[in-house]
Design a protein. Structure first.
Length: 186
């Protein structure tokens, strides 16, 4: 049984808001990526744009999700302080992932997810993103699901996230066959 999530700080209380796809999101990611790369140096083996803002054409929360892959997730001293110095404190620690975001009360415009290079966490997030990029019908179904959830969960971000899990898991299963057939690599 995996260890429970360790949370830091109180809930932000921000509403779940979806906005239309914004062509500026890739540029915003590039700016944030450059800041992270400068702060982390070789500790960051990969820095990738993940989440809905990384899939052109679908609505998303106006939050850039960034995945930073490091060689040793447990060596927090190598990445925690540099990320926090950029204004994004550690919010959650899980066995396979660390989560950073602006403090409660500040605009939530970036999420930084740190994972181990080569891990299932890293691969699944990149696979999900790439599958949606190559399968507009599945991306549209995801957009529809998200719109329904926003209407039903209101400001409950954890409920919104949990409710997407079955769709994401099913999509990742579908994507595995596509990955093999297309020789996809993260």
């Amino acid at each position: 049984m995996p260890a429970p999530t360790e949370w830091f700080g109180g809930a932000g209380g921000e509403a779940v808001e979806l906005v239309g796809s914004d062509p500026a999101w890739p540029r915003r990611f590039a700016e944030l990526r450059a800041r992270l790369a400068a702060a982390l140096g070789p500790t960051a083996e990969r820095i990738d744009h993940i989440g809905s803002t990384a899939v052109p054409g679908i609505p998303a929360k106006p939050v850039i999700d960034i995945q930073v892959s490091v060689p040793n997730l447990d060596a927090e001293d190598e990445y925690r302080q540099p990320i926090e110095a950029l204004g994004w404190p550690l919010r959650a620690r899980e066995a396979d992932h660390r989560f950073f975001r602006p403090p409660a009360g500040e605009p939530r415009n970036v999420h930084v997810h740190v994972c181990r290079s080569g891990s299932a966490w890293e691969r699944e997030h990149l696979l999900f993103r790439d599958y949606l990029r190559h399968h507009p019908d599945r991306a549209a179904a995801y957009a529809e699901l998200k719109a329904r959830l926003v209407a039903s969960v209101g400001d409950d971000r954890p409920a919104y996230t949990r409710a997407k899990d079955p769709f994401i898991a099913e999509t990742v299963r579908m994507a595995e066959g596509w990955a093999q057939a297309s020789r996809w690599r993260p």
